[in-house]
Design a protein around this ligand. Structure first.
Ligand SMILES: *[C@@H]1O[C@H](CO)[C@@H](O)[C@H](O)[C@H]1NC(C)=O
Ligand SMILES: *[C@@H]1O[C@H](CO)[C@@H](O)[C@H](O)[C@H]1NC(C)=O
Ligand SMILES: *[C@@H]1O[C@H](CO)[C@@H](O)[C@H](O)[C@H]1NC(C)=O
Ligand SMILES: *[C@@H]1O[C@H](CO)[C@@H](O)[C@H](O)[C@H]1NC(C)=O
Ligand SMILES: *[C@@H]1O[C@H](CO)[C@@H](O)[C@H](O)[C@H]1NC(C)=O
Ligand SMILES: *[C@@H]1O[C@H](CO)[C@@H](O)[C@H](O)[C@H]1NC(C)=O
Length: 281
């Protein structure tokens, strides 16, 4: 009786060992029968009309001939881009992407499968899949691509009869952003503000020109115009020094719009910190 129990015990053990081996094979070699490699995708929103980057990296492989990169988009029949054996293969490329895509061929061996997408369109938004095969195996990563329009604002003192007004203007935004101002006196006191923001449709019928006017500004204060939508946040700063003597015509302005501003104010300098701004949204 004891020996029969032992037989059952060893049979069960064998079954468990075989199952574990099968599971290990599936995990290690993938369903396709090849080993899997790690592939990672990352991107930032595309700006309509400009070039965008859909980032994708994989474990490097020095055998260029064995590397195949395929980019596909959910809901699109053809491929976005295909690169293998050191060359583009665009026979299966969807017409939507013709003439607008490229991989960085000289960086592929280093594990860079990123795709450059030129003349970004609003309709380019969606789910993209980066599939990479090398001599070590294959892997896939997905990313969500967002599109819209964003631009840095220019802040200046308006030439108007009423004077004492700041104008913040940014040429291209989409979706329609919100605009708000922050104002701090040189002593750090938060000042009251009353802004008037208007949006004007640009000629291509998608993006908006944003103009915001801030009235009743005071001397020795720093003003920040903050423009923000679901994909980007941009700020423009201006420091107004004493103009009570000069009454508007000879204003001394320290325009902190440029790169030098990024360290002096808690504002996000979008060119450098766009990803950080996006994370904080
Ligand atoms: C891939 O290469 C391009 C071109 O040099 C570069 O802009 C991009 O940042 C690289 N992408 C990654 C994920 O390293
Ligand atoms: C404002 O007006 C002055 C003189 O009227 C002129 O010199 C200056 O260029 C104007 N600035 C802007 C931004 O229009
Ligand atoms: C905004 O503009 C409108 C129309 O030009 C005006 O009636 C209103 O007083 C303005 N508001 C502020 C806060 O300047
Ligand atoms: C923009 O829209 C307007 C009205 O909807 C239309 O008349 C015009 O032709 C459009 N322009 C472009 C460039 O699509
Ligand atoms: C500007 O300030 C004056 C006096 O403080 C006030 O009467 C006026 O309504 C203010 N104008 C705006 C547009 O806020
Ligand atoms: C602005 O600051 C200067 C010196 O920093 C001072 O002379 C001037 O009175 C100040 N003006 C106002 C309106 O506070």
């Amino acid at each position: 009786m004891a020996s029969q129990g032992q037989v059952i015990f060893w049979s069960l053990t064998m079954v468990i060992i075989v199952l574990a081996a099968v599971i290990a094979l599936i995990i290690g070699f993938g369903v396709s029968g090849k080993r899997s490699i790690s592939v990672t995708a990352l991107t930032s929103p595309g700006n309509i009309g400009q070039s965008g980057l859909l980032g994708c990296t994989f474990e490097p492989d020095i055998r260029m001939g064995s590397i195949a990169i395929r980019w596909a988009k959910a809901g699109v029949a053809g491929l976005v881009h295909e690169f293998r054996g050191g060359k583009d293969h665009l026979q299966e490329q969807d017409v939507e992407f013709q003439g607008r895509t490229a991989v960085f061929a000289e960086q592929v061996m280093g594990g860079n499968a990123s795709l450059e997408l030129r003349d970004v369109k609003l309709s380019d938004a969606g789910t993209y899949r980066c599939s990479v095969t090398t001599s070590r195996g294959s892997g896939v990563a997905e990313l969500q691509y967002q599109t819209g329009a964003f631009s840095t604002p220019n802040v200046q003192v308006e030439n108007s009869s009423s004077g004492d007004t700041l104008q913040c203007e940014a040429p291209r935004w989409f979706p329609r952003p919100t605009v708000h101002w922050t104002a701090y006196s040189h002593t750090g006191k938060c000042l009251p503000r009353a802004a008037n923001t208007s949006y004007e449709l640009n000629a291509e019928n998608i993006t908006l020109k944003v103009v915001s006017l801030l009235h009743n500004i005071t001397a020795n204060a720093t003003y920040t115009c903050v423009i923000e939508n679901s994909i980007a946040k941009a700020t423009g700063d201006i420091k107004v020094t004493d103009f009570s003597i000069t009454r508007g015509t000879n204003l001394q302005l320290v325009n902190l719009n440029a790169e030098s501003a990024s360290s002096s104010l808690p504002a996000c300098h979008w060119m450098l910190l766009l990803p950080a701004c996006l994370l904080s949204l």
